[in-house]
Design a protein around this ligand. Structure first.
Ligand code: SF4
Length: 212
């Protein structure tokens, strides 16, 4: 290959890589420009615009400081069939869920989990960096668990039962009432215009055991 042809390919590759980099990081670049030009800086250089923590622990003394604007509730995540225990941070004023995190008392989100008699105050300390306790008692929810708060507020969330009204895989759905849902799940029938479905009432049998 001639030297000029090699140089041309090198330059074209460099331009292509720079363009791909530019597209890939366009959001980041935009954000950086916004920060510099409009002085639109995040509230904190490390935690950005994340809500303030619900508590903090003095690393030297272990003294706990609670955030008076937030409360914490212990509940279960319905993000999937695992149903992990989670800890939910709530803004007291707006009653909005701010974050979903792991429940240190729950076997599915903390290993080892805290004994139930542990006070909530002690559980906060156990999650903190005080004496590096948080490394042992770290309690987490998965990414999906963190995102379940979208179920409360996302404008695209599903609020009513949806029934398929086109061929399987066509992505065609229509909202139906809960009464229709129960009726069809129990009684079956030609539900999707493509054949008979015998469902709950037809298969319910309290006399024959599955595994005699
Ligand atoms: S935290 Fe994750 S794994 Fe656990 S129930 Fe929620 S979605 Fe499922």
């Amino acid at each position: 290959m001639s030297s000029s042809r090699r140089n041309f390919i090198k330059k074209a590759t460099a331009v292509g890589a720079a363009t791909a980099f530019g597209f890939g990081y366009s959001h980041t670049a935009n954000q950086m420009l916004k920060n510099v030009l409009l002085d639109d800086r995040p509230a904190d250089p490390i935690s950005g615009n994340a809500p303030k923590p619900e508590f903090s622990v003095d690393l030297k003394t272990g003294k706990l400081r609670l955030n008076p604007d937030q409360t914490v509730a212990y509940t279960m995540c319905m993000g999937c069939s695992t149903i992990c225990g989670v800890r939910v941070r709530i803004d007291k004023k707006t009653q909005k869920v701010l974050r979903v995190t792991g429940n240190p008392y729950h076997v599915l989100s903390s290993e080892p989990f805290l004994p139930y008699e542990t006070s909530v105050r002690d559980s906060f300390q156990a999650l903190s960096r005080y004496q590096e306790k948080g490394l042992r008692s770290r309690s987490t929810a998965c990414g999906r668990g963190n995102a379940v708060l979208d179920k409360l507020t996302n404008p695209d969330r599903v609020k009513v039962p949806l029934k398929r009204v086109g061929p399987r895989g066509s992505g065609m759905w229509a909202p139906i009432s809960f009464e229709q849902l129960v009726e069809e799940v129990v009684e079956g029938g030609n539900l999707f215009s493509d054949g008979q479905f015998d469902v709950l009432r037809a298969i319910r049998d309290l006399k024959i055991t599955l595994d005699p």
